[in-house]
Structure formats: structure tokens, C-alpha cells
Write a protein that binds this ligand. Structure first.
Ligand code: NOJ
Length: 526
């Protein structure tokens, strides 16, 4: 069901503001991305997800779209983006744009029309109550901002009015059904935007807040799923190779609604966050004592347990493996970078795990060199997220090679520490995080058994033993602790091993009965 090309795909997420400035104005741009395609390819990534690059007042870093069909002038032109599609395709790289279907900017022309007293084509493009003093029955709303007598519903920040996909359960006179012509018109408008970019060479979309389009939905998200199934039908007919990944974090629902992939995010609810950023689970402020309750699995000797992750992951995986893919991330533009609480050795093991599981993994720019989460003031609605959005660190030149512009013009400051990691510094060190990522991804592309579809079976998940899992016919062994660990191997597995080690971090050895893994080690064995 998922697009075939995803089987051997690893994504690279680019926050366009901060990746590469090609014209010296201090802000990253589309042509900067095009210049760096060889770097991305060399890393082993063969697809991009670019955060919103459309015209916007940037009150939420571009997730407040003012014109869905126009590249923001600060990033370049539509032609630059079409050129990026072409150049990427020549190198075998696919490009997903970020689709923001749940809301627009408050400056979007649709919203400006919708605010008017006179009835027009856009009056019901957003969700309005029917009186200036009437609230929205539990949904966030704004009143007193329009001549129209009504309050409008918000989808996220105040600058982001919710587009109207209707309500699954209608309980108020001002609510429209999700099958109402006005709700269908919003769907059609989003399909029109998708067609626009797809017909110019875009390969699909990462979809923002994909689960919350239809309001008052049921637990199974029947209303919102109906929207995505409709979109999927359009794609199947008109753009059969296009792929969509949901920001939903519920693969059983998202993949059934027609998505190819869904992110495993659940920052606040156990699961994925227990691997690398468990401190989020404890409601702890990022400026507080983060290690106080950090039991991240990959943090050496922090008392982590892989089963906290597997309990949820495996039930999702079993339920969805014939439907599409789960996507694990190193981090993203909304989360704290892994280097915040993990050392380089810990990150190597975390990435080894992420890049050897099924599904389609995502690497956030800069995580391949362990860029730091910086303590910087909020920018464009980033708040705590801003620290993970600073300029890419390319080399030792001015502005760490991000921009030839003036330091004072930079979108955000570059890491000023003398130890700031750079691509250049890590190139020549075979043991660097960068080269470890390259080796891991190279292996993934060479071995079909490590790609999206191949079987996964956990052999040993005991806390006092190495983690052992099989991908197809390959055996993966991982020990994130500070002590040497060993475990016996079931006879059928031991008997089928050739013993060839495809990749090793630290020391792992097998005889035909057991596997021994040194402190902080990983290996893939044929
Ligand atoms: C999720 C995006 O990842 C985040 O950056 C944004 O602020 C919200 N959705 C609102 O669009």
C-alpha cells in the first residue's frame, strides 16, 4: 500500500531557515539546500522533508501560511524550489514538502475574506460561532477581531485560525457536519494545493497536525480519517508515487486513513521518548535538573528498560506492518536535540538502533554531527524549540560555514563554543558520529534485511542482558550499559549464524551458543 520507493529510504529533515545561506543575507534558502545535495547523498539520506517554506508572517516559523503556493521570498522563488526538485531527482533524492492543512495564518486572504460581514466564498472556510459573545464550546477561540459577529476557532497559536473540515458530532447550531459542502470545499482546496506542488515535481508531504482536522471526532477519528481517505484516492489516481507522512503518532489509525508513514513521537507519554529523552516524561523543565529522572534507554547506566519502548512499538508494528511504515526520528524541530542528554557514544548506539529497525527513519539536520541544543532566545514562536533550530555547522570558517553574511544578520546565532562540532572536523575521523551515521546508512542501503519491510523479531529484551533482535537473517546486538553483558542464543539462531560482522561499534563476539557485548557496543552479524 505504501509507495514502493520508501522501502529503501532514509529521510533528512531540513529546517530551511538554518541549513545553508547561499546569498549572504543571514538566512538559509532553497538554493543553499540545492548546493548541499551531494553532502546529503553522501550521508546516506535519499529523501528530504523541508519544513514550511511558503510565504508567511512567520509567527510560528512558517507553520502560519499566508500563501500555500508561493515560496517565501526570504527562501527564494518557486523556480528555485522546482529546480531543487529537479536536481534532487537527478541524484536519486525525493523531496517532501510540509503541508499545513489544519490552519492558515491570520493574514491568509481566505481568512481576511472570512472575517467580512458580507457572505462570500470563504465565510465558512474557517470555523465561526454565530455571535460575537458566543464561545466555542470548549475549543480555543478568539472574539472581537472581526466586523463579522462571531468568534473563530484556533488550531494552535493565536495567529492560526482553524480551517473548517466540519464536526463529526454536531452539537451546536453554528457547527457544520464534516460532510457539509463547506467542509468538502476545504478538503478540495487542500487537494488543489497538493496537486500544485506535486505537478511541479514534489514527491509528497509531511502533514502537520494530521489527526485533528475534523472537530468533535470519535476515538477512531472517523471524520478526520474520511478526509485523508479522500485525499488518498486522489493521489492514487493522479500521483500514485506520492507519499504522505502524518504527524499523528498513532500508526494504526494514520496508516488505515491512507498514510504511507506515521511518526512515532509521543514525547509526553512513554514509548519513543523513553529511548533518548525520557526526561520529557516527568514534566521536568528543560532548564531544570534534567538528569534527575532521566531513565533514557540509551543513557549509560541510567536504569533504562527497552520494554518501555517496545510495549507500544511492537503492538503498533504488528498491527500495521502490512499497511505502511512507522517512522522513528533522531529528533525534530519541535524537540530537544539528542546531544542534550546523550554523549557521542550514546548517540551512536541510539542511531544504530533507529537505523536498523523497520519502517522509514528520519535524521534531523545536524544530529549527524551531534549539534548542541543551544540556550538562545525564542525566535518566530519557537520558545524552547528554538535551541534545536540553530544554523548548521559546516566548517571552521566564519559563521561555521552557514552564511557569508554578517554575524549580526544571522537568523539565529551559531554555536560559539570552541568545541562546536562541524562536518569538516568530523570528516577525517573514522570514529566520528558523522562517519558512524554514514556507515550505518550505507549498511542499511546494502542489506535488504535492514530496510523498511524486512522481518523484525526480538530475541532478548531482558534488562540485564544485551538487546538482541533479528532483521531478516541478520542478528543485531546492542548493549547501551557500562558493563559487559552476555546472553545465550536459541539453538536455531546460533546454528544459522555465519559469523560475518557487517558493522561494529565497540566489541561484540559470538560463539555458537552465546553472544557477549562489551560496555556500550553494537554489532550486526550475518
Ligand atoms: C506541529 C509543528 O511541528 C510545529 O512546529 C507547529 O508549531 C505546530 N504543528 C502548529 O502548526
Amino acid at each position: 500500500m505504501a509507495a514502493k520507493w520508501l522501502k529503501d529510504t532514509v529521510f533528512y529533515e531540513i529546517y530551511p531557515q538554518s541549513f545553508k545561506d547561499s546569498n549572504g543575507d543571514g538566512i538559509g534558502d532553497i538554493n543553499g539546500i540545492t548546493q548541499k545535495l551531494d553532502y546529503i547523498k553522501g550521508l546516506g539520506c535519499n529523501a528530504l522533508w523541508i519544513n514550511p517554506c511558503y510565504d508567511s508572517p512567520f509567527k510560528d516559523a512558517g507553520y502560519d501560511v499566508r500563501d500555500y503556493k508561493k515560496v517565501a521570498p526570504r527562501y527564494g522563488t518557486n523556480e528555485d524550489l522546482f529546480n531543487l526538485f529537479d536536481e534532487a531527482h537527478k541524484k536519486g533524492i525525493r523531496v517532501l514538502l510540509d503541508l499545513v492543512p489544519g490552519h492558515t495564518s491570520e493574514e491568509h486572504p481566505w481568512f481576511l475574506e472570512s472575517k467580512k460581514v458580507s457572505h462570500n466564498e470563504y465565510s465558512d472556510r474557517f470555523i465561526w460561532t454565530d455571535f460575537c459573545f458566543k464561545g466555542a464550546n470548549g475549543l480555543p477561540y478568539v472574539g472581537g477581531e472581526s466586523d463579522r459577529s462571531g468568534c473563530y476557532i484556533l488550531n494552535f497559536f493565536k495567529c492560526q485560525p482553524a480551517l473548517n473540515y466540519g464536526f463529526y458530532r454536531v452539537t451546536e447550531p453554528w457547527q457544520k457536519s464534516y460532510l457539509d459542502p463547506a467542509a468538502i470545499a476545504t478538503r478540495d482546496a487542500i487537494k488543489d494545493i497538493m496537486r500544485f506542488w506535486l505537478s511541479h515535481g514534489c514527491d509528497g508531504f509531511r502533514v502537520d497536525m494530521a489527526s485533528s482536522l475534523v472537530k468533535n471526532d470519535d476515538e477512531k477519528k472517523t471524520g478526520t480519517s474520511a478526509v485523508w481517505k479522500d485525499v488518498r484516492r486522489m493521489l492514487d489516481t493522479e500521483f500514485p508515487n506520492a507519499a504522505m507522512i502524518a504527524e499523528w503518532s498513532n500508526p494504526p489509525l494514520a496508516l488505515r486513513a491512507g498514510y504511507d508513514m506515521d511518526f512515532c513521537l509521543n514525547e509526553h507519554g512513554g514509548g519513543y521518548s523513553t529511548l533518548m529523552r525520557d526526561y520529557y516524561n516527568h514534566g521536568g523543565s528543560i532548564h531544570g535538573d534534567v538528569n534527575a529522572e532521566d531513565h533514557s534507554y540509551f543513557k549509560k547506566d541510567a536504569g533504562g528498560n527497552i520494554n518501555r519502548f517496545l510495549d507500544q512499538y511492537l503492538s503498533w508494528y504488528e498491527d500495521t506492518k502490512d499497511k505502511g511504515y512507522i517512522s522513528l526520528i533522531t529528533c525534530n524541530h519541535d524537540t530537544i536535540r539528542p546531544s542534550y542528554n546523550l554523549t557521542v557514544d550514546e548517540m551512536k548506539l541510539a542511531y544504530a538502533f533507529i537505523f536498523t529497525l523497520p519502517g522509514v527513519p528520519f535524521l534531523y539536520y545536524g544530529d549527524e554531527i551531534g549539534m548542541k541544543y543551544l540556550d538562545v532566545p525564542t525566535k518566530e514562536g519557537g520558545y524552547f524549540r528554538t535551541g534545536s533550530r540553530t544554523p548548521m555547522q559546516w566548517d571552521g570558517s566564519a559563521n561555521l560555514g552557514f552564511s557569508e553574511g554578517k554575524e549580526s544578520d544571522l537568523y539565529l546565532p551559531v554555536d560559539s563554543s570552541p568545541e562546536a562540532p562541524t562536518v569538516e572536523a568530523q570528516e577525517s575521523d573514522p570514529d566520528s558520529l558523522l562517519n558512524t551515521v554514514r556507515s550505518l546508512l550505507k549498511m542499511r542501503h546494502t542489506e535488504e534485511d535492514l530496510q523498511a519491510d524486512a522481518d523484525l523479531r526480538f530475541i532478548c529484551t531482558d534488562a540485564d542482558k544485551p538487546l538482541v533482535y533479528k532483521r531478516g537473517s541478520l542478528l543485531c546486538v546492542l548493549n547501551p550499559t557500562g558493563s559487559k553483558l552476555e546472553t545465550p542464543l536459541p539453538a536455531d539462531i546460533a546454528g544459522s549464524l555465519h559469523g560475518e560482522v557487517l558493522l561494529k561499534i565497540g566489541e561484540v563476539s559470538t560463539d555458537n551458543e552465546k553472544v557477549c557485548a562489551d560496555a556500550q557496543s553494537f554489532a550486526v552479524i550475518r
